[in-house]
Every structure is written in C-alpha cells, then in structure tokens.
Write a protein that binds this ligand. Structure first.
Ligand code: HAM
Length: 409
C-alpha cells in the first residue's frame, strides 16, 4: 500500500470540516478589513525565496523542496506565501500604479522540517498582505484582525511584539550586537557561531539555555531604534492598548525570515507544546524594491491552520449542524423525496437518501451526517400529503403540509 509522505496529511471528514470552518472565519474577518482573495502558484523559481526569505534563513538554507524541472529551471515548492504574492504584485505592475492593495490567501506551504505535533512538511496557512500603506494604523489593523479571528475561534494566545528598526538603525544595532557576541563567541553554540557569519540577529532567537544566559546583557534593538522607528513603535503600542489588545514586548523576537523591518510579531500559544507560534508577521517595506520593483511599504501575517486545528481538537470542537437530510420509509416514496430534495437543493444543502430504511436508522444517519433538518415521508405522511419534519438541533418536531414546509425552511 502507498501512504502519504512523512509530514504530509490528508484533510478528510472532521479534519476537512475543521479546516473549512477556520478558513471561513479567517476570510469573513479579512474581508471586513478590506482584504480580497488572491491565489498564486505553489511552485516558484527558487531565486524568489533566496532573495526574499534570505539565504541565511533555515527555511531557505535547510528546508526547501527544491529541484531542477524538466526544462532545467531551478524551482521549489513555496515554503511561505509572502514572496509569491509580492512577485505577483510586481508582475502586475501594481507598484508602478501606486495606491493600496490588500490581499488574503490560503493554501499549502512546504518545509522539509522534522515532523512533530503542529509541525508538518506540507501545512496550510491563511495569510494577508497589504501593499502601499505605511501608516502604523495598518500594522495595528493586521494585529487586530488576528486577534478577532482567534477570539471567534475561542483560542487564547499571547501577542509578542518587537520593532526590528529600519535600514538606518538596524545596521548600527547589528554592529553593536556583533561586538558584544564576539567577546562571548567561544561560549556560544555551533549554530550561533555559524549565524555570526551569516545573520547575527538570529542569534538572539537561539533556544539553547546557555546561549540565552550569555545573551542576557546583549544590547537590545528596542533601545537602539532611531526617532522614526521609535515613534512608530510607541504609536503602535498605544493603538493596541486603546483597542484592548494585550501584548508583551519581546526585543529578542527576530522571526525566521529576513525581509522584516520595523513591526514584527507572533501570537504564541501553550496549547500545542511550549510556546508554539500560531501566527506571525510584520512589516517588509524594502522587499518590493529588493525584488526589482518601486519602493512600496508592505505588511502582512500568516496563520498556521494545522496548529489552530490541533488546539480546536483538544477543545473537542463540535462542527456546526447544517443542511437537510431527506428520506423515505418505503421504496415507493423515493421518487417523491428525490424530486423534493432536488428542488430544495436550489437553496439548501440537501443529503438525499436513496434507500428506504426504518425511522431510527434514518435518524441515526442524519445525526452522523450532522444534518440540521430531518425530513421523511412514510405511509401516513403520503396519505395526507404531509412530511415529517424534525429540527435535530432544537428537537422541534411536527408534521407539515408540503406548502407549510416552505415556511419553516
Ligand atoms: P512564518 O512565521 O514562517 O511566517 O509562518 C507563519 C505560521 O505558519 C507560523 O506561525 C506557524 O503557525 C505556521 N507554520 C510554520 N511552519 C509550520 C510547519 N512546519 N507546520 C505547521 N505550521 C507551520 C510566514 O510564513 C510569513 N510569510 C508570514 C508573513 C506574511 N509575514 C508577512 N506577511
């Protein structure tokens, strides 16, 4: 037998329902914030991710599904969604047109990681990207959007917030940090020493206790911001407080992708292993320029759907009942319920049973299929031109004329 690849999962039955449920909530919230659907290919030129996510990042350096296609092109399955949406934005020349564009997307991302709970090789993200808006109010809106989505899903998570500065203050801070780290170089782990050469800021993110201890007195970016970044960061904090969003400033939050500047954030939850990020994002004002377009401020986030699903499953998430189950107790009424079901399908989700069964068998099936309304015709109903109606949510039950049925559906 052939099984799914390690770290890749099917979304069947309850998992499929749960995924759809999450996406529908994300979509409805994102639409209210003025975002529109977009979809970009799952495969792109490898160079796109090398240049945007960064060659020194683990995502590009270790985790990409990269190969040479039959035409000799160096391609890879997308490890994240931002780079593809930026590429599409530039290819459509929207950078030249100016104005604000806001997109949301969802779908598979691929990272060759070590699979574990909440960490897959193919996983799904819901994400948004906003182009052309430099106001810090949009940074706040993106965070408020995630917070609203999590509230609607009944998930509690802690917001960790940082500012990574801009192309003026970040390089100066980086030099300060390198100076500090070089003095402690011999005591840092192998990974940190490698990062010192490639991307020293990522050292702040090292999970090893000994490294964290050494980094206790390291200079912090939040204390080295220039006036503009400092002003934006304090404004953002004020807007969040004013709108009831709690957060922790974490000056060591650096994110695993190189394109960020200024605002960077993660929502972390303890519900699937220690401090796992359920969503993350930030500003990337330099990326369009870096990929050959006109300078365009941008901000976005992505949420890990499987991590959200894991949390909801622990809470014994019960998918909502919906739709109609229509059936007959005798073979001879099946044509009638089939036509009735066919008409009802113009407005409702309808499951038509093609077989006559006992009332209990039908009721059990309707229950299993999570139908909300049960409709059935037996001998008595047929004789009186009626139908047996039962609402499986509130248990309301009655016999209705076929005309009367229209009134309750
Ligand atoms: P990211 O932090 O790499 O950001 O991923 C976003 C979310 O995807 C994470 O918080 C996590 O919930 C989920 N995730 C990441 N890796 C895995 C995995 N192997 N298995 C399951 N879930 C995972 C980005 O991808 C950026 N593109 C976000 C962004 C959009 N920034 C600006 N715009």
């Amino acid at each position: 037998m052939i099984n799914a690849l390690r770290g890749m999962k099917d979304l069947l039955d309850d998992d499929g329902k749960l995924y759809k449920f999450i996406i529908e909530i994300c979509e409805s919230v994102a639409k209210n914030y003025g975002y529109e659907f977009c979809e970009t290919p799952k495969m792109e030129e490898t160079g796109l991710f090398k240049r945007s996510v960064g060659e020194s990042s683990d995502i590009v350096g270790k985790e990409m599904y990269q190969f040479i296609d039959k035409g000799g092109n160096d391609v890879c399955l997308r490890p994240e969604g931002t780079a593809g949406v930026v590429r599409a934005f530039l290819e459509a020349k929207f950078d030249k047109a100016g104005g604000v564009k806001k997109y949301f997307y969802h779908g598979s991302m691929f990272r060759y990681e070590r699979p574990q709970r909440g960490r897959l090789r193919e996983f799904h993200q819901f994400g948004v990207e906003c182009f052309g808006e430099s106001s810090v109010y949009e940074d706040a809106s993106v965070i408020l959007m995630i917070s609203e989505i999590l509230n609607k899903l009944g998930i509690k998570a802690t917001l960790k917030l940082n500012s990574l500065g801009d192309s003026d203050c970040m390089p100066k801070y980086r030099q300060k940090l390198i100076k500090f780290i070089e003095a402690n170089k011999n005591e840092l782990c192998e990974d940190c020493n490698r990062r010192l050469e490639t991307n020293p800021i990522r050292i702040l993110d090292c999970k090893k206790e000994h490294c964290q201890m050494l980094l206790k007195n390291a200079p912090l970016i939040t204390e080295n911001l220039n006036e503009e970044c400092e002003k934006d960061f304090s404004n953002l904090k004020e807007i969040l407080i004013q709108n009831g969003i709690e957060f922790e400033v974490d000056p060591k939050l650096v994110r695993g992708l190189d394109y960020y500047c200024k605002t960077a954030f993660e929502f972390v939850s303890d519900e699937i292993g220690s401090k796992s990020a359920v969503a993350g994002g930030g500003r990337y004002d330099k990326l369009t320029e870096f990929l050959g377009g006109k300078p365009t401020p941008a901000i976005g986030f992505a949420m890990g759907c499987e991590r959200i699903m894991e949390i909801l499953k622990q809470k014994e998430f019960a998918p909502k009942r919906d739709g109609i189950y229509i059936c007959a107790l005798d073979e001879k009424y099946i044509k009638q319920i089939y036509s009735l079901g066919f008409n009802l399908r113009k407005k409702h989700k309808v499951e038509i049973s093609y077989e006559a069964k006992s009332p209990n068998k039908h009721l059990n099936l309707a229950d299993k299929k999570l139908a909300k309304i049960f409709l059935c015709i037996g001998e008595d109903e047929a004789k009186n031109g009626e139908i047996w109606y039962k609402n499986l949510e509130n248990r309301d039950e009655k016999r209705l004329s076929l005309d009367g049925l229209k009134g309750v559906l």
